[in-house]
Design a protein around this ligand. Structure first.
Ligand code: 5GP
Ligand code: ZN
Length: 113
């Protein structure tokens, strides 16, 4: 856990461009944006991926989704729309094993399904 990149971003050990923070959630601009607006939203508690969500820790996901409307408002995409993406594991391309949700707005390349 000490080696977790996003834990280090949350505790300020690694700098990030903060968009939003409350006691449960931290959101910051992605270092390699894949859309005109691209923010990463993480719970402050370390959960490796969607595979590790349980009845005991799933409030972390609710905390993220509770923050999303406010984050979208800050980013100015509430009305124009945005996509939320969570990659879990190798085949989905997850590279950082601290669960996170990408919020992407602007030209997000149409529908994905
Ligand atoms: P994943 O590929 O695991 O779904 O998403 C990880 C995301 O974290 C990637 O979009 C990547 O660009 C972003 N990322 C990786 N390292 C850093 C960093 O040091 N700072 C920031 N702001 N984003 C990072
Ligand atoms: Zn972590």
């Amino acid at each position: 856990m000490n080696d977790c990149l996003f834990c280090k971003i949350i505790n300020g050990e690694i700098p990030s461009k903060k968009v939003f923070e409350n006691d449960k959630v931290y959101a910051f601009y992605d270092i390699a944006p894949q859309a005109p607006v691209h923010v990463v939203i993480v719970p402050k508690t370390h959960i490796a991926s969607a595979n590790e969500i349980t009845a005991e820790n799933s409030s972390a996901v609710a905390d993220i989704y509770t923050a999303i409307p406010e984050i979208a408002k800050i980013l100015g995409v509430s009305e124009t729309g945005y996509r939320i993406v969570n990659n879990c594991g190798k085949d989905a391309g997850q590279t950082v094993f601290h669960i996170h949700f990408h919020l992407m707005g602007g030209d997000v390349g149409g529908k994905m399904y």
